[in-house]
Design a protein around this ligand. Structure first.
Ligand code: PLP
Length: 367
């Protein structure tokens, strides 16, 4: 049977039906209804954050966070990472801002805090780092840089739901953190997302922005869009949240099997567990060094594919090497991100992936 890089976690059919049953009676399908409110409250508690706003997806949450903070002024620059999913960068550009790419650390692929300050200019309005693969950034240092220069820090935490640092939810760092609840993520609402934030002023703003800028039935105060999460998705969220700890445990088992099998193989690099971090085992990235291993990342991916195992070259290419960014940026300013993107492969990891399947995958890699 084929193994894909990810497989969505699901509640039982009966459990989901139970959760959506009230919708068929109330006929309230969307527009921040009772199930939305219930899910928002539960997620707020789970993330252990002061405020949270639910969205139709993570991308719109990120775009509207920038807008809610009033950062979308002409000429503004945002320091970000090229080693991410393109949504991060697009959220900046689609707000009329200019991304400035900061290189990553070789150790955990997150933004290198030592390289941020040299990129700050009088146009810089924010730093947008990514907790890539669920590896958290150096949040203490980055938050300090943000404060020192009076610029916002918005984390793309799409991969980091459930991650804790020093015992507190990861979204307690920075001014805001975006989570994605897409079907392929650790936790999902089919499509969905949220922005967690500290300043109460953004609460009303985000609420208005995701609903066309309507401040009341008879007035519009913002240039908003439509990015509301509906009741059916919120119901999926409630079901999946119940099972989240169990789901992360299952990922952990598979993850640890990978580490046992290929964690100490010369020529294969897997980022080490981070200090003081409660991980969510979102992804299984491995970097292949041809010089030591004798085979390239692409050859490993091909060998897996021949056995119906579909890993992803995730993240490849780096953002500044994609067609719509390459001409303006190019990868030359971020050599580490470029190098990793050419050598990294994200191996299958999802709830229910058996140790036997992990062994099969590792056997092919090692052969
Ligand atoms: C998935 C993802 C997003 C976008 O989230 P959606 O919910 O799919 O819109 C943004 N950034 C990163 C790093 C992601 O992996």
């Amino acid at each position: 049977m084929s193994i894909f890089v990810t497989r969505s976690s699901m509640p039982s059919f009966e459990e989901y039906i139970e959760e959506i049953r009230p919708i068929f009676e109330s006929r309230i399908l969307t527009n921040m209804g009772p199930i939305y409110k219930k899910f928002q409250h539960q997620m707020l508690e789970y993330l252990d954050v002061p405020y949270l706003s639910l969205f139709v997806n993570g991308h719109m949450a990120l775009e509207m966070a920038i807008q809610a903070m009033g950062l979308n002024q002409p000429g503004g620059e945002v320091i970000t990472t090229p080693f991410t999913f393109v949504s991060t960068t697009h959220s900046i550009v689609r707000n009329g801002l200019t991304p400035v790419f900061c290189d990553i650390r070789e150790s955990d692929f997150t933004m290198d805090p030592e390289k941020i300050e040299a990129l700050i200019t009088d146009k810089t309005v924010a730093i947008m780092p990514v907790h890539v693969y669920g590896n958290i950034c150096d949040v203490e240092k980055i938050d300090e840089i943000g404060k020192k220069h009076g610029i916002k820090v918005i984390y793309d935490a799409a991969h980091a739901l459930g991650v804790k640092y020093k015992g507190v939810g990861i979204a307690n760092y920075g001014d805001a953190s975006m989570f994605s609840f897409h079907a392929t993520k650790v936790f999902h609402t089919i499509e969905g997302g949220a922005i967690a934030f500290k300043d109460a002023a953004y609460r009303e703003k985000l609420h208005i922005l995701k609903n066309f800028g309507l401040s009341s039935p008879e007035d519009v105060t913002e240039f908003g869009g439509n990015a509301k999460m509906d009741e059916f998705r919120a119901a999926m969220g409630i079901c999946n949240l119940r099972r989240l700890n169990e789901s992360i445990k299952s990922r952990e088992t598979a993850y640890k099997r990978y580490i046992e099998r290929i964690g100490n193989v010369p020529g294969i690099y897997i980022p080490a567990a981070q200090q003081d971090v409660e991980a969510n085992y979102a992804y299984m990235p491995a970097v292949f060094d041809e010089k030591i291993l004798g085979k390239t990342r692409d050859q490993v991916a091909e060998a897996l594919k021949e056995n119906d195992i579909f890993a992803r070259k995730y993240f490849y290419p780096a953002i500044n090497d994609m067609t719509c960014y390459r001409n303006v940026y190019g990868e030359s300013t971020t050599p580490i991100a470029h190098g990793i993107s050419l050598r990294v492969l994200t191996l299958p990891l999802f709830e229910g992936l058996s140790e036997e399947d992990v062994d099969r995958i590792c056997d092919i890699i090692l052969k």
